[in-house]
Design a protein around this ligand. Structure first.
Ligand SMILES: CCC[C@@H]1OC(=O)[C@@H](C)C[C@H](C)CCCCC(=O)CCC[C@@H](CC)/C=C\C=C(/COC)CC[C@@H](O)[C@@H](O)C[C@H](O)CNC1=O
Length: 159
């Protein structure tokens, strides 16, 4: 248990997934497509948006490709968790966030063949693509894994 912290990580993953699905559900049922609600003036708005592709709309509509990639990513993450994340909290957290994010967008793709996006952030000048909680979990998971490998652990086990 201590070595793999399965229960705490499962709780974190399920909470992230629940928040992702709840926010998408509320945006999809309570807002018109394209409708925008300013939260922090121009800097952060909730804009109801759909994306049938990956980041920046890449591979638009390629659902079979997304199903295959997502299943492969999930299998890889489970394998990596078992082999590399033993006694490594940061890596366990990173993998958990990546899995929660991947599953969150996978559910949308299976049910609707597109992903609900709503976080509309005006990053400096460039208008960043609209994203969702699952994307945030994926991106934070990627960042944590990079920190773990290149800064703290180099993949080593905790002392
Ligand atoms: C975040 C991964 C994208 C996510 O991948 C997923 O689902 C995974 C599980 C399955 C993909 C088929 C595999 C990744 C493809 C590679 C890729 O995409 C390069 C990623 C760069 C990324 C660093 C990690 C930067 C940032 C992105 C964005 C900002 O995120 C905060 C923009 C998000 C908006 O374009 C939004 O419309 C996207 C929409 O929600 C669907 N989301 C996906 O496809």
């Amino acid at each position: 248990m201590k070595q793999y912290r399965i229960l705490p990580m499962a709780v974190i993953g399920i909470i992230v997934l629940a928040i992702d699905q709840l926010t998408k559900y509320l945006v999809a049922t309570r807002m018109e497509l394209g409708e925008s609600i300013p939260v922090l003036g121009e800097f952060f708005k909730i804009t109801s948006h759909r994306n049938s592709g990956a980041a920046w709309g890449m591979f638009e509509g390629r659902m079979l490709f997304f199903y295959i990639i997502t299943v492969l990513v999930l299998i890889l993450l489970i394998y990596f968790y078992k082999t590399e994340a033993k006694n490594n909290f940061l890596m366990q957290l990173g993998i958990t966030l990546l899995m929660a994010g991947a599953v969150g967008n996978f559910i949308d793709r299976l049910l609707f063949q597109e992903v609900v996006d709503f976080a509309d952030v005006l990053l400096i000048a460039y208008d960043f693509p609209i994203f969702n909680v699952a994307d945030s979990a994926l991106t934070i998971g990627v960042i944590i894994m990079l920190i773990e490998v290149f800064i703290t652990g180099r993949g080593k086990e905790e002392k």
